[in-house]
Design a binder for this molecule. Sequence first.
Ligand code: GLT
Ligand code: MN
Ligand code: MN
Length: 386
Amino acid sequence: MYEAKPEHHFTFGLWTVGNIGRDPFGNPTRQPLSAPYIVHKLAKLGAYGVNLHDNDLIPIDATSGERDQILRDFKKALSETGMKVPMATTNLFGDPAFKDGAFTNANARIRGYAIQKAMNAMDLGAELGAKTYVFWGGREGAEVDAGSNTLNALEYMREAMNFLAEYSEDQKYGYKFALEPKPNEPRGDIYFPVVGAALAFIYTLDKPDLFGLNPEVAHETMAGLNFVHAVAQAIDAKKLFHIDLNDQKMGRFDQDLRFGAENIKQAFLLVKLLEDTGYTGMKHFDAHALRTEDEAGVWDFAKGCMRTYLILAEKVKQFHADSEIKALLEHYHFKDPIVSGLTAKFSRDNAANLKAHTFDRAALGARGPGLERLDQLTMEVLLGTR
Ligand code: GLT
Ligand code: MN
Ligand code: MN
C-alpha cells in the first residue's frame, strides 16, 4: 500500500537527498553521498529519476578526464536501475563569481560567463536525456537598488533566455524551459518573486511557447501567498512544466521540509489540483532531510515525501466519492442556465436581456454557500473519520 513506483513520476534532485545538512550557522552534519549511490538508493525506493545541476555531478573545476569518468559511472548507475534524468539545471549561485547575480549581473563578463556555463550544462543535461531545463535565479536579485536599474536586469534576463532558447533549438535539444520564482533568499529581493511575475515575463520573450514554470511550495508560502492558487494559474495558462514539492512554515527562512510535513490541508488541495487536472509531468521533491538526521533519516525523508503524496492521492478519490461532499459541491456551484446563457458571451441582445433581468439581491445575500460543512468534511476525510 502507498508504494512508490516509477509510473508515479516522483523525482529528487541529487542536491536534495545529497544535502549534507549545512546551514548559515553550522557545519555539515552528514557525509556527501556519491551520485551513483543516490541513483541506486532512489531506484529501490521507487523513484522515476534524479535531477541535477551541472556541479552536483561534475565539480566546477573538474578536468575533462575527470568529467568523462564521473559521467561514465553515473550513466552506468542509470542503466543498471532504469532511472531517468528528466530535468537539468545550472548552478549559477554557488560560485563567488555569481555573488551579485548571473544572467542579470551588471558586469557583462559575468553575464557572458553565466550564459557559457548554462550552455555547457544544457549539453550535459541533453546527454543524459533531460527534456526540461529549470532556471532558478537564486542570485538574480539585489540588496542595494541604488547601483542598478531593475529594468536593465529584466533586459539582461530576457537576453539570456532568448539566447539559450535559440541555442537549444539550434542543437535540437528539444528543451522546455521552466522558470522557478522565489521571493528572497539568498538575495534580499529576487527578481520574478512569484509565479505571476514569472508568467508575465514569459510573454515578453521571443519564444514564449518554450517557457513555462517550475513553482515550488516553499517559495510562494514564504511570501505568505496561496501556493495552490499560484499553481492553478500556471495550469490555466498551460505553463505548469514542472513542480517542486516540499513544505514550509509561512514567514520563515527557506525550510524545504518534507512534502506535507507542515500544512497537510494545503498539501491535500495541491495533490487534488494536480490529480484532478491530469498533470502528467514530474513531481519533483525539492526538499531535504532535517539537519538533525543521519543517512537513515535521509531515506526516511525521501520515502515520506512519496508516501504522503500517494496517501493524499487516495484521499482525493475518497473526497470525490463522498456523497455528502458531492451534494455540498452541487449546492455551492449553484446553476442557472438562463443567466449563464446571457453571460457566456457578449452580444447586444445578451447585454440588453441581462440588464432587464431581475435579481433578488436580498435572497442572494441571504443564501449560505455551505463552506463550513464542506471544509469540516474535507478535514474529516484527512483525519480518517469518514
Ligand atoms: C536550490 C533551490 C531550489 C531550486 C534548485 C534549482 S537549487 O536548492 O533552493 O529551489 O529549485 O536550481
Ligand atoms: Mn526552496
Ligand atoms: Mn526548487
